[in-house]
Design a protein. Sequence first.
Length: 476
Amino acid sequence: MRVLLVSPISKVWNSRKHIHMGLGYLAGSLLKAGYEVEIFDAVVEEESLDSFLKRNPFEVVGISSPTPLIYEAWEAAQIAKNHGAVTILGGPHPTIMPHESMERPEVDLVVRGEAEDTIIELMQALEEAPPLKGNDPEKPRLFSESVYGKILGLSFRNEEGQIVHNPPRPLRKDIDNIPWPAYHLFKIERYTNLQPLTDGLDPNARAYTIVTSRGCPYQCIYCSKPITGHTWRPRSPAEVIKEWRYLVEELGATEIGVTDDVWNLDLERAKEICRLLIKEGLNKVPWITIHGMRVTSTDEELFQLMKKAGCKRVGFGVESGNEEILRRIKKGQTLEQVRQAFRNARKAGLETMGFFIFGLPGENEQTMEDTIRFALELDPELANFMMAVPFPGTELYQIVMREGKLFAKSWREFGIHDDKAHYELPGLPASLVEKKWHEAYRRFYLRPSRIWKRLWKKDTWRRLPEYIANFLRFFK
């Protein structure tokens, strides 16, 4: 059976320009099991899904979706079903709210949670017991409960048309034996370098990402982790280095991004990975941490090793410049720990990124002012200011629904880079959150020193229209 894995493109603002690791891992598992598979990442494709499927028929189409893209995922499912394919939805949003998608006739199946094992069992079931109803794209497909009811982590419709949610699939404890992502299926030449805002756009980049661990055990109230849960499962340093070598030596990577939620939770493991990169001569290709490192699992030696291992930039989830807000969101770090991490990173010669959130529970004008001043004090090369998003399944979502007012009328309005507040709470009007968010961008990026640095970037003038658009959006 031929399988197409799809990532739809957003009809609102979307910043992802690196490869989709979730689909890559699924493709790797399917290939190892002997199935023919391709990836359709709409972010970089030059034709529509409908046009692609007209030329390339597939028996099965799997679609991944975070919350803001669920409508596009449903549209993709309808297109695939119009071409006769069995449609499968997976990813964060269908995992949290599987019944919502299963109520739609264009969605045949939902895979919840980590799907590498589920998708193989599902393919075997489709070969053993095909759907009980035909290819009418307006009607839901039905499946034999005696066969499909055994697949953990699967939602389906049984012979009577009833929606069945099988028990969840336990997470794999050992993730070293999960097949590597099918990197070769991505049209890598169509992706940008990992952080063009900081490095300038490199049209010739071959930028790959790698996962060295899965999950995060911390329970920050705003963080949605429906796939990995509150766990942290590391890969062994030796296995990480094998994959890293493949990216560098076989695929010609010009840049690598570590996409773990928290790659450095085990400080000694992180150091060992760096030592092996140095020992194996893999430190000639620059790499960055795409998501924020835990400041509580760092020390001066780690950053020194990261620099020697080829790392050029590290990111930190700072979130707030107010100690009480950090406590209320269950961040598990102090301002002084953040300061020390930034100091150590700079001492090692690493560039820094900081992630900051506005509009958290308990905030007021002064706490958000504290965050702006803290960002100015830390002065990272890149500061990413966001307004809090109450994703379904998070404690923040429960707080907003219980105590405040949610503005979103559709899931599309749950983008983390939106320029409007997503909710308000008593004593925290949306207008104030938006005001401080805009103010943060103005005060951080419109300093004379920042403007002077940007003028000297090689691609500033070539990308002037993009910068003007961002100026109008962020700095008004």
